[in-house]
Design a protein around this ligand. Sequence first.
Ligand code: NAP
Length: 346
Amino acid sequence: MEVTNKYIVIKHHIEDSPKESHFEVKTEAIGLSLKPGSDEVIIKNLYISIDPYLINRMKSYSASHNAISFATPLTPGQAIDALVIGRVVTSGNAKFEKDDLVMGVFTWAEYSVVKEQSIIKKLESFEFPLTYHLGILGFSGLSAYGGFFEICKPRKGETVFVSAASGSVGNIVGQYAKLLGCYVVGCAGSQKKVTLLKEELGFDDAFNYKEETDLNSTFKRYFPDGIDIYFDNVGGEMLEAAVANMKAFGRVSVCGVISEYTDIGKRASPHMMDVVYKRITIRGFLAADYMNVFGDFSAKTLDYLRNGQLRVIEDRSLGVESIPSAFVGLFNGDNVGKKVVVLADE
Ligand SMILES: NC(=O)c1ccc[n+]([C@@H]2O[C@H](COP(=O)([O-])OP(=O)(O)OC[C@H]3O[C@@H](n4cnc5c(N)ncnc54)[C@H](OP(=O)(O)O)[C@@H]3O)[C@@H](O)[C@H]2O)c1
C-alpha cells in the first residue's frame, strides 16, 4: 500500500524571526511495506514536539551547530528532524513490531522512515497522556530539573526568578521551586499569562515584561533584598538586569536565550564587576548533560503528578499544516506551556 506523506521544509535558511512564509508543505508517495532485508522502521507520527532551539539549526551559521549532534544545521528543502511520538506501521527491525508506540528523532511529517538509532525508546501504556513524554516527563522537565536542582542547588526560602515562566520549561521550574518552599516570581509576555502564573501555578508574583520600561526598577520592586537564583530562558536585557539584582553567591542557570536567537545583534553583557564582587555563578547547560539524573527526575516528577502537586500545561495544534504557525508562534509568545502538534489519533 502507498500513502501520500506531507512533510515540512524550510525554503531557505532563516537568519532572524521565522515567518510562516519561510516554510513549505511538501508531499511524497511512500510505500508502507519494506523491501526484503530492509532494517528500517516506518512510523505514523502522532505527536510532534515544537521547540525553539530548531531556529538555530535553520540558520546558515550558528555557534550551536558544532556543539552537539542534535544541533547540526538543517538543509533547505529537506525534512526537518525533531522529537516525535509515533506508532510503528511496518518494521524490518526485530526489536520493533507493528503498533508499537515509540519516541525518537523523526521528522516534521505525517510518516517517517527511520533506522533503529533514531528511536530513543518504546513507550509502554501509561496513566498520563502520551504527550507528557515530550514535555513534563521529557526534555522540558529534564531541563527544568537539571538546570534548577543540579546547577542552582536551591534551598528552601531562597528567592527565585524565572523568565518565559509560562512556557514549557519555565512553568515547571517555577512549580518545582514552589514545592521546595522558595519565593518565586516569573515574567511572561501577556496579562493572561501573568494571571495563570499567579492564580493557577502558585507563583508568589509575576509581571508582564512587555509593560516594564526599566527592568532594574522592576527587579527592585519584586526582589527588594535581591535574587538568589535566576533561571534564564531569554538572555538579552533580562539577563543583564537580573545579574545586576542578584544577591552575593547568586546562581544563574542559563537554559536558553530565545530573545537572542532571532536578533543577530543582541548579546547580553552582564556587568562582570557584579559577577566578581557578588561571586555570582552563571552556567549554561543542555538537557542531555543530565541524563545521569533522568531516573531521579522521572521518579520525583511522577510522584508529584500522581499526588496532584504539579499542573501540566500543554498547547496543542492540529495537523501537519499547523507546524509552521506552531513554531513561529513560539517566538511571538503565542503558546502557553508545552507546544505540541497532534497529527493523528492514537
Ligand atoms: N538547554 C536546554 O537543553 C534546553 C532545553 C529546552 C529548552 N531550552 C531553551 O529554554 C527556553 C524555553 O524553551 P521552551 O521549550 O520552554 O519554550 P517556551 O517557553 O514554551 O516557548 C517560548 C516562549 O519564549 C517567550 N519568548 C519568545 N520570544 C521572546 C523574546 N524575544 N523575549 C522574551 N521572551 C520571549 C514566549 O513567551 P512570552 O509570552 O513570555 O514572551 C514564548 O512563549 C528557550 O530559550 C529554549 O531554547 C533549552
